[in-house]
Design a protein around this ligand. Structure first.
Ligand SMILES: Cc1cc2nc3c(=O)[nH]c(=O)nc-3n(C[C@H](O)[C@H](O)[C@H](O)COP(=O)(O)OP(=O)(O)OC[C@H]3O[C@@H](n4cnc5c(N)ncnc54)[C@H](O)[C@@H]3O)c2cc1C
Length: 461
């Protein structure tokens, strides 16, 4: 199913790589993170090529809802306890800066991608949650975000009454593929060029090898298990979206803190409705009406009785155990490899942060001039994949280890064709999307076993 972005944004096709070559930087992956990183690297004067397994923007980026915001669910009040005040402040400022960076870039490049500043709200319909929201608003405001708690009566444009909400002012939204298409224009990109392995400075595709000083893994989920161990540090979560035609344009963007809540934003005459999320590969039996498209369609029946659904689509993202993206060196053992992953469904600002940090680091290393004072490196330590925050990660790590043991054990007793080629876990049937999904690490395959989502790199046997 095509997203609202995909249907109206043809992107010029690029040829696949035909010969061996050498370059300063290879960026693997042509999504939001990869294209932005390559763009800034090229702007700094480095020779960079992008290798994309499919088409530019054909990964999760084409299925996002493209809110550009530092409001990442209920985050800040919790984060203070989990990662401390200093790191939480840095996280807030890095994300607020990323919104400004988008605006600056869009203005400088004159990109007509319906970029718009507006408020972002996290809301509840339940009175007992108001206290939590008030606390979140106060905490976020303390970290320099223009945030305030608003009573539900202030919000009248949603189709149900709200008890309360946290408003982050001056956030933004845009058309992600129009933006990406523009940035891609000036870049050297090889499409339909899948990277199979990377060893040292050499990148291997199906038929070629590329020598590079630096390699950036912007593949959504890092596909090499070692080094880095990213498969042990995050899981994937799937969410669903509908676009309803002929709806009144909203003045804000909305996200719910309630279980089974809905996300809202407008794109012109379309209302984008999101929700029905679940861990990839879990709780997706036909009988369970609380997930996926079924959940969203039932909400539409109740809330927008005469609405026409124009588009329906879904996507998934990597959820790191400590709720902080992985941006920086892939591993201490490969100091010239970089990674951008774990965006926890907030990949617009995270991609901008990644692009700024990684491009600045690679530039400095290539010219051997180092400056810790650079704005883009001020918050680098928060996102470093080499951070060690066991207390923040412990709860989700234990759940994930349980899921992996369960998936691997089931895999051992399953037929070959039901075993995920990534690590051997048993894949589960998803009737909402007619796909085989891995509950451990989130790889997905079509009914016939063709690969749809990584970290797996090959089809089911
Ligand atoms: C339903 C949903 C709604 C969302 N809404 C928002 C939102 O409103 N705001 C927000 O900030 N974030 C949102 N996100 C998150 C955001 O969409 C993602 O985090 C972001 O798009 C990820 O970009 P990416 O470049 O990392 O990955 P991708 O866009 O997936 O790009 C990775 C690319 O790498 C390529 N690739 C993979 N393996 C290889 C290989 N071996 N060789 C070559 N190429 C390879 C893939 O083909 C793909 O094109 C949402 C996520 C979901 C699931």
């Amino acid at each position: 199913m095509k997203s609202i972005w995909k249907q109206d944004t043809p992107i010029t096709a690029r040829k696949g790589l035909q010969n061996d070559m050498s370059t300063q930087v290879v960026v693997i992956g042509g999504g939001m993170a990869g294209i932005l990183t390559a763009f800034f690297l090229q702007k700094k004067g480095l020779h960079v090529i992008v290798l994309e397994a499919d088409r530019i923007g054909s990964g999760q980026t084409q299925n996002t809802t493209a809110k550009i915001t530092s409001q990442h669910g209920l985050f800040y009040a919790d984060a203070v306890y989990k990662i401390g005040k200093k790191r939480t402040t840095a996280y807030a400022l890095a994300n607020e800066n990323a919104i400004d960076e988008f605006e600056k870039l869009i203005n400088d490049e004159r990109i007509d991608c319906s970029f718009k500043r507006l408020s972002s709200y996290i809301y509840t319909t339940q009175n007992e949650n108001k206290k939590k929201l008030k606390h979140e608003a106060k905490t976020a405001a303390g970290f320099g975000i223009d945030a305030e708690y608003v009573e539900g009566t202030h919000i009248t444009e949603l189709p149900f009454p709200i008890a309360g909400a946290v408003c982050f002012k001056n956030q933004a939204q845009f058309h992600p593929l129009v933006f990406l298409r523009h940035l891609a224009k000036k870049l050297t990109i090889y499409e339909h060029t899948k990277v199979l392995s990377v060893k040292g400075h050499t990148v291997y595709t199906e038929s070629n090898r590329i020598e590079a000083d630096y390699i950036v893994f912007a593949t959504h989920y890092p596909f090499l298990n070692l080094p880095g161990f990213y498969f042990l540090r995050q899981h994937q979560e799937r969410s669903y979206c509908l676009a309803l035609r002929n709806q009144k344009e909203l003045s804000g963007m909305y996200y719910s803190m309630d279980e089974n809540g809905l996300s809202f934003r407008s794109e012109g005459e379309y209302l984008l409705l999101g929700g029905g999320f679940h861990r990839t590969g879990k709780k997706i039996t036909c009988q369970d009406k609380e997930y996926g498209y079924t959940f969203l369609r039932e909400a539409v029946k109740k809330l927008y009785t005469d609405a026409e659904t124009a588009f329906a689509w879904s996507a998934q993202d990597c959820m790191p155990h400590d709720d902080i993206p992985f941006i920086g060196k892939y591993s201490v053992f490969c100091p010239y490899w970089y990674v951008a992953s774990g965006f926890k469904k907030w990949g617009m600002t995270s991609s901008m942060i990644a692009a700024k940090i990684i491009s600045t680091r690679i530039y400095e290393e290539s010219v051997k001039e180092y400056s810790e004072k650079k704005e883009s490196l001020k918050y680098e330590y928060v996102f470093s994949p080499q951070r060690f925050l066991p207390m923040a990660a412990a709860k989700k790590l234990v759940i994930d280890i349980g899921e992996s043991i369960c998936g691997l054990t089931k895999g051992l007793f399953s037929k070959n064709e039901q075993r995920c080629p990534h690590m051997g876990c048993k894949v589960e049937w998803n009737p909402q999307e007619n796909s085989w999904d891995c509950p451990c690490h989130g790889s997905r395959f079509s009914y016939e076993g063709e690969l749809r989502d990584n970290p797996a790199q090959t089809n089911l046997k």
